[in-house]
Write a protein that binds this ligand. Structure first.
Ligand SMILES: [Zn+2]
Ligand SMILES: [Zn+2]
Length: 815
């Protein structure tokens, strides 16, 4: 037999640039062990990096390939199913497989090598004169003794130093070596001590004469059944080492699992009687679970109709069948309350994946799922890639939430749509739940692609809230009633007297959303973005909510030196000040990005308010999402128009959803709630339907608007976005890209044009929108093909290293 016949090759993909496939030879020693999905250490250029084995190759095109150096983990991190799923996601979202693999794995596990540069003692004099920058580089290295390449690049403020470095190395002035960086996360280990067999009490007595401390340890170990944590022994390590040398004890390490939700007590849930509607929905779902066939359910249930109970009962079914379940919850509603609900029923079977957890905690949770120690994975967007095997059910709660869509970096996937595909790959049921389903999902259910289950009543027969629209255009424009109408003020006062809780929503943070000069009309804008600066009263500063730029608020107009500066546009801080002025005794909790920045702050506010602490919960959209506050009887929406007039085809839908959800917070448990919506455009259909809590009415109206314009679900949209520091370059790149699209293409091209937010973080933004009618290409495959080839041609024919090109399939917004 030809020895080369026994050779094996694999394709490896890297989750970091270059993000491409490379073929490697598998040395004999790994033939048995190596499987698809394994993480391997390989040489790449002059570095060593970890990548993933994605394919076996029977005969590579190139000879003498480099070898795999090591297999990193005991088992493949990526299951065969995850390999398939990530590959599909890459295809659909016109992204690279490596990028999707990166998104699918917990952060911090990828290893890269770094270059360390050392100075050489008594280095010879340079053989030829050095350039100025080489001199600077050399002096930095000599001063520090050693420095990483990244550190050096930072100090020099440029990445173009490799050429100089290579020269310095050649002249023996510095030494360059490759060091593999430790991954940022690893398992946490704990030392344990145990007794060896065959020790009898006589021996301990004997030892106590010579070494009382050693005997003490042995006595403790005997008392505790043989094994004790090293940290609980309270003796110095040399004592233990001597015992170990004598063969009396054994010291070993065991992994500690970091589980932040452990501290929340698991209370067994109270038995619930299901409503008729819940029972009906469940029996539909049960049928599908029994058949183990792919089927998507849209569970459309009004707020407080008990959707979660339907999820929980379905999960119970699936666990009884020995399968696993994946539950997606929007980031913002993933509170201790939500976790408790699932942990209360399923205990330690639930593994939580959450971006507010530390990387170590996430890594532990992730591995528990991968190793089959938990049957339920619960988490936001990225949990859609949780490494569950034998999947039987996927739940996507609040499926309409835009936070399921990843914006940046690529892959710009939508977790709900990935969930549906994952259901298909696994032949399992998928439940999409919502009080206000996305237009796409409801459309699919009417087309009978999804099965519609409806919960039209609230549990416990709580009536729907009474909603009143207040036309703020009619009220006198004195400052006070501009923020709180007389009606809302009166209602707040009433609740405060009764000791009931109130939620106020104003979907803008800060104090004033802009500062305008009373004399010349000048408005303070961010120097880096196409956006006005928000005034924050607490520290009297102006801030940009897009890039974080801030500066002290001016005392006079920077343009005309006029002293009258007007605070315009109401933010949450302004409402807070107003409430404090009008109701000085009311206890107010504010919840927005400014008050929830610290870890745990968001959960703390939610828990406090739930327990009845605080009279008013005021905040941005955070206050509207999924929480169950039993004592809230009034919800006030300060201005419903925020966001209604964004130049975006989804703005009406977003506003309708937000208002309906906020309204749903009022009046749970026995008392009918009241909702006051303040607006300047009371005739707007989105607000009208929200006030009537009429989802179907809204759907019918909005779907017609979309049809006329060919927007989803009637058409498919892909946005190509261009970003760069120089406007002309960005515009030129966008135009050249458009030229690569053949004139006979199926889709309609909008742009290239400057994006509505034309500049963010010093970057100018342009976009091209591809719009394609649904019936021409239902799966969107042709459109994706067109875009892929345009992209390839663009990269081949043009050179724009200074312009970033991003592809966004099914974009969440058009901004
Ligand atoms: Zn001015
Ligand atoms: Zn900015």
């Amino acid at each position: 037999m030809n020895p080369s016949d026994r050779k094996k090759w694999v394709d490896v993909i890297f989750p970091h640039p270059p993000l491409q496939r490379f073929t490697y030879e598998v040395p004999d020693r790994f033939h048995q062990e190596l499987r698809l999905g394994h993480r391997v250490l390989v040489p790449l250029g002059n570095r060593k990096v970890t990548g993933f084995v994605v394919d076996f190759v029977s005969r590579p095109e190139i000879e003498n390939l480099r070898e795999i150096e090591d297999i990193v983990d005991a088992y493949p991190l990526l299951t065969p199913e995850l390999l398939k799923l990530t590959r599909w996601v890459a295809e659909y979202y016109i992204s690279t497989w490596g990028e999707v693999i990166r998104a699918a794995l917990p952060p911090g596990i990828h290893q890269k090598s770094n270059l360390i540069i050392r100075s050489i003692e008594n280095a010879p004099l340079p053989q030829e004169p050095l350039s100025e920058s080489s001199k600077t580089i050399l002096s930095i290295i000599q001063n520090k003794g050693k420095i990483s390449l990244r550190g050096l690049e930072k100090q020099m403020g440029t990445r173009r130093i490799r050429f100089e470095l290579a020269k310095l190395e050649k002249m023996d002035l510095v030494q360059v070596e490759h060091v593999l960086e430790a991954p940022r996360v690893h398992a946490q280990l704990e030392k344990w001590v145990s007794l060896c067999e065959g020790l009898d009490p006589e021996d301990i007595h004997e030892i106590s004469k010579r070494a009382p401390k050693q005997a003490e340890v042995l006595a403790i170990l005997t008392k505790h059944g043989g094994a004790v944590r090293r940290s609980n022994l309270g003796v110095d390590f040399p004592v233990l080492r001597r015992l170990e040398e004598n063969g009396w004890i054994e010291i070993w390490e065991e992994e500690v699992s970091r589980e932040p939700y452990q501290e929340y007590a698991v209370e067994p849930p109270k038995p619930v009687t299901l409503t008729e509607e819940q029972t009906k929905a469940l029996s539909h779902i049960d049928g599908a679970l029994k058949k183990e066939k792919f089927r998507v359910f849209l569970l459309h249930g009004v707020t407080a109709s008990g959707k979660t109970q339907v999820y929980i009962e379905s999960i119970r079914q699936i666990l009884d069948r020995g399968k696993t379940a994946l539950v997606l919850i929007p980031e913002i509603s993933l509170t201790p309350q939500a976790v408790q609900r699932y942990r209360g029923t399923f205990g330690d079977e639930v593994a939580v994946l959450h971006s507010r957890m530390s990387p170590g905690e996430r890594y532990d949770s992730w591995r528990k799922i991968r190793e089959g120690k938990c049957c339920i994975a619960l988490g936001p967007r990225s949990a859609v890639f949780a490494p569950l095997e034998n999947l039987g059910l996927i739940v996507v709660d609040e499926e309409q939430e835009s936070s399921y869509k990843q914006m940046d970096p690529a892959p710009r996937y939508h977790a709900r749509d990935v969930a549906v595909l994952r259901g298909k790959l696994n032949d399992c049921a998928v439940i999409l739940g919502s009080a206000t389903p996305s237009l796409e999902s409801y459309f699919n259910s009417l087309e009978e692609k999804y099965t519609l289950c409806e919960l039209t009543h609230r549990v416990d027969r709580i009536p729907m809230s009474k909603v009143t629209l207040v036309n703020q255009g009619e009220t006198k424009t004195n400052d006070e009633s501009r923020i709180l109408s007389p009606l809302l003020r009166e209602k707040i006062e009433e609740r405060l007297k009764k000791g009931e809780q109130i939620i106020l929503l104003q979907n803008r943070r800060g104090y004033a959303t802009f500062l305008r000069c009373g004399a010349c009309g000048n408005i303070e804008e961010c120097p880096h973005c196409d956006i006005t600066l928000t005034y924050h009263q607490k520290d009297h500063r102006l801030r940009c909510h897009y890039c974080g730029f801030q500066k002290p608020a001016p005392e006079a107009c920077p343009s005309c030196r006029g002293a009258t500066l007007l605070y315009r546009g109401v933010g949450t801080q302004r409402v807070e000040a107003e409430i404090q002025k009008l109701f000085p005794k009311a206890q107010l909790l504010r919840m927005d990005q400014d008050t929830t920045r610290r870890k745990g702050a968001h959960d703390r506010i939610v828990l406090e308010f739930e327990k009845g602490k605080g009279d008013v919960l005021l905040g941005t959209q955070m206050v509207a999402k999924g929480h169950d506050f039993p004592h809230v009887t009034l919800v006030g929406i300060i201005s419903a128009d925020t966001g209604l007039y964004f130049p975006d085809f989804r703005s009406a839908e977003r506003t309708f959803q937000l208002l309906t959800q906020a309204a749903g917070r009022a009046g749970r448990r026995h008392i009918r709630g009241e909702v006051i919506i303040q607006t300047l455009s009371p005739a707007n259909p989105a607000l009208q339907f929200a006030a009537e809590q009429d989802y179907l009415g809204f759907y019918r109206w909005e779907i017609e608007q979309r049809k006329e314009l060919g927007y989803p679900p009637w058409g498919k949209i892909v946005a190509i976005r261009f970003k760069g520091a120089r406007r002309e370059r960005v515009a030129k790149a966008a135009h050249l890209f458009a030229e690569q699209v053949p004139p006979d293409n199926l889709s309609e091209l909008l742009g290239p044009a400057s994006s509505p937010l034309s500049r963010i973080k010093r970057m100018y933004r342009y976009q091209i929108i591809f719009r394609q009618k649904r019936d021409l290409d239902p799966s969107g495959k042709k459109l994706r093909g067109e875009i892929r080839s345009a992209l390839t041609r663009f990269h081949e024919k043009t050179h724009f290293p200074d312009v970033r090109v991003g592809v966004d399939v099914d974009p969440a917004d058009m901004m």
